[in-house]
Design a protein around this ligand. Structure first.
Ligand SMILES: *[C@@H]1O[C@H](CO)[C@@H](O)[C@H](O)[C@H]1NC(C)=O
Ligand SMILES: *[C@@H]1O[C@H](CO)[C@@H](O)[C@H](O)[C@H]1NC(C)=O
Ligand SMILES: *[C@@H]1O[C@H](CO)[C@@H](O)[C@H](O)[C@H]1NC(C)=O
Length: 434
């Protein structure tokens, strides 16, 4: 707790600053989603309905830190596993949402702000009667298109150890101290103006030991029940997003589904599939530049390894980029070197902070076939009150089997990230969705 204290002061400052005078009710209109394009909101945006109501941000910040760490453990533990269950049910949900989209479920539609998650396979909704969920619940009994899934139905075969309650496909799972009870279900969901009938999702009935995303989660991973798999004919495994800054006052980001209206000209890197973790979006990170200097990072630190699952993933749910220790050290040391004799401090989990204004060169991720140069807003976290800026990245937790580099959402903000799965490529281009 004490260790985190300076960090939440930082967040307190950053967030309270950005909230000053921004959340005028008339600026918070929720525009209708256009065809095949959903608005993306940052959960802490001043207009976000899921924003913590309390003026004090401490609780939220502590939670963010804990959940980012838990997410890293979730991602790396799955990589280290010998065999991967098609759906790692319980584990997918131990995380806080960062970006949310509006999804309508059932007939007549019930509306939810679901967390967007590129590293999860399935969709989840807290359902009526749920013990341990929030107050926004999906009511299956009010939907004429809702269907239970029977235990002997083919869809139930993807579930690890289903418990057949009255021949319904239900399951109780425990992971760490966390227990999840859910029923596999089907209903029509509507994304923007597209109705998708018979969408399979987990209807959560019990959640203890951790909080689930308050209005559910929409998995955009590559597994059997992800959005991509369930909308093959409609969206052809193609989507892109622009994640707005957490400072954004509006619902200004977007999630574009399907090949139409995707960027025509951008730089791409090859999309890789790692059999150790087939749901994740792996890319080949070859090196990192600070300014024009290519850092001296041993290639094996970044190397893609299908045998042990090591490599680099693009993830929408982790907040701060994590690099294998030697890679992080190289970035950190070069920034420190450039800052010369300026007095360095640390703040919570960040170990390289300086008094503002600071002048550091850009940071470039050198992917196979594509160099992506980050703007300072993508790698510096500013505290306005204490006038400190920190390098907003850190080292991946040590894992003897396989270290994962995670390109996280702060580093993707204000970029269009295009997942073109049929062509095995990911494109990244600057786009101001503020
Ligand atoms: C808000 O925070 C204050 C002080 O931290 C606390 O006393 C109060 O109960 C909180 N309110 C809510 C609605 O959580
Ligand atoms: C699963 O959870 C439900 C609801 O809490 C409970 O009624 C049921 O007995 C549990 N089943 C098993 C096999 O633990
Ligand atoms: C990326 O930058 C490096 C070093 O500046 C350069 O050698 C390389 O050709 C660039 N790659 C691409 C795809 O532009």
């Amino acid at each position: 707790m004490m260790k985190l204290f300076p960090l939440f002061i930082l967040f307190l400052q950053v967030l309270s600053f950005t909230h000053l005078g921004l959340a005028q009710p008339n600026q918070c209109g929720q525009p209708e989603d256009k065809a095949r394009t959903l608005k993306v909101f940052h959960v802490s945006s001043p207009c976000s309905p899921l924003k913590p109501k309390n003026k004090s941000w401490e609780e939220g910040v502590i939670q963010t830190m804990i959940e980012d760490k838990a997410r890293l453990q979730y991602l790396t533990s799955l990589v280290a596993r010998k065999s991967v269950a098609p759906l790692a049910w319980a584990r997918q949900l131990i995380q806080s949402p960062t970006y949310i989209v509006r999804v309508k479920v059932g007939t007549p539609p019930q509306s939810f702000l679901m967390a967007l998650d590129t590293s999860s396979d399935a969709a989840w909704l807290p359902c009526s009667g749920c013990v341990g969920c929030g107050s926004t619940l999906f009511a299956p009994q009010k939907s004429t298109t809702f269907k239970d899934i029977a235990c002997d139905a083919p869809q139930c075969h993807q579930v690890t150890n289903p418990t057949c309650t009255l021949n319904l496909c239900t399951f109780n799972q425990t992971y760490g101290g966390y227990t999840l009870g859910a029923a596999l279900s089907q209903d029509t969901i509507a994304l923007a103006q597209d109705p998708i009938p018979n969408y399979v999702f987990g209807c959560i009935q019990k959640s203890t030991g951790a909080s689930v995303p308050p209005q559910g989660l929409l998995g955009l991973g590559r597994g059997p029940y992800s959005l991509l798999s369930q909308t093959q004919s409609l969206y052809r495994s193609t989507f892109s997003y622009c994640l707005p800054s957490f400072r954004s006052s509006k619902f200004s980001g977007s999630l574009r589904l399907g090949p139409v209206a995707q960027p025509k000209k951008m730089h791409y890197t090859r999309l890789l599939m790692n059999p150790r973790r087939p749901s994740l979006y792996y890319v080949n990170l070859l090196g990192i530049k600070v300014g024009s200097k290519i850092l001296n990072i041993p290639p094996e630190v970044l190397a893609f390894n299908p045998t042990n699952g090591a490599g680099t993933v693009i993830d929408s749910g982790t907040v701060y980029t994590r690099l294998a220790q030697p890679a992080y050290n190289a970035v950190r040391d070069e920034i420190r070197h450039r800052m010369g004799k300026a007095k360095m401090t640390s703040l919570g989990g960040f170990d390289t902070c300086y008094s503002d204004p600071i002048k550091v060169p850009s940071i470039t991720f050198m992917f196979e076939g594509m160099n992506t140069t980050l703007a300072p807003e993508n790698f510096l976290l500013h505290s306005t009150a204490t006038s400190i800026a920190c390098l907003a990245m850190s080292a991946s937790p040590d894992n003897p089997n396989s270290v994962l580099n995670v390109i996280a959402n702060m580093q993707q903000q204000n970029h269009r990230v295009f997942f073109d799965i049929p062509n095995n490529r990911i494109g990244i281009a600057r786009e101001n969705c503020t």
